[in-house]
Design a protein around this ligand. Sequence first.
Ligand SMILES: [Zn+2]
Length: 341
Amino acid sequence: MKLTDIMGQEHIISLLTASLESGRISHAYLFFGPEGTGKTTTAMLFAMALNCERKGEDKDLPCGICSSCKRMKNFNYPDFQVIEPSGLSIKIDQIREVQREIGLKSYEGGWRIFLIKDAETMTIEAGNSLLKVLEEPTDGCVLILISHNYLEMLETIRSRCQLMEFRKMPSPVLEELLIEKYSCSPERALLLSGLADGAIGRALHLNEDDGFFSLREKVLNLLSDHMNPDILKALNFYEELEDSKDKDKSREVVLDILDIMKTWYRDLVVYSYCGDTLLLINQDRKYNIIEEAKVYSIDRLQEMIQKIDEVRYGIERAKGANLPLAIDRIFMELFSEKLGH
Ligand SMILES: [Zn+2]
């Protein structure tokens, strides 16, 4: 894969390829924007391109096959370091290590590259330590920070980076791409683009994830049956899932459940407002949505969406979150009128 294969972010790719050609490389970049828009992939490709052995001969970088590209791709290149949260945050020790490393000279004679993922998770101490690195840039070193929540970062850090904003694609563009490049049927493309909310990485990930679609079936079956709500099934939902799922993935599964719930109530709001089924994400469920929309007021639907967001926020930020309890709570909340209180 080359930088120019990144789709939907032409404004960024042309800047990066121009700076590779001119050799004017910033000492720090901040790639920010929603999840699934290609930030990490672009950062990897840019890092590879910086040290690609074909640089200068080839314009379409990275080549992907030279020794440098191969070793970077396998994270087996001494001048390329990836820093990720340890637990839920990036700690000061990790940034101190960067500070120490950055003073060393390049092993391979090329660029030394530090890729910091989920940069918004840096603790205040880690952030202040990074700030010192940014205030005194070292020649031959490039820092690439990645964040899907960059407003949570220190303003002083943001202002010292070259900002690169990754954007979602308009739905019709993403749909067309899924049909043409990934052989999706038009129905599948419409559903994927709605579920992924314009983020191509998420759409492609979902396209390969059969588990997600069976989970979606289960969640929507429960939510759509307003005449005969199966509370017991809802309360056993998580336990039943866990038997068949990899435990390490529980958190991811719970976040998926919440996202699926949100698309459902979002569709009910959209339909209640304008009565247009073409705007729904869950196209294959439009008859259920028309029926269910009669049951709730728009205010109540907005409130449910807010509850889902609150639970999601809590789970994302607390490592020890009680996942079964979170799912029980949200089902109880969503079913409260059905339960008669
Ligand atoms: Zn190469």
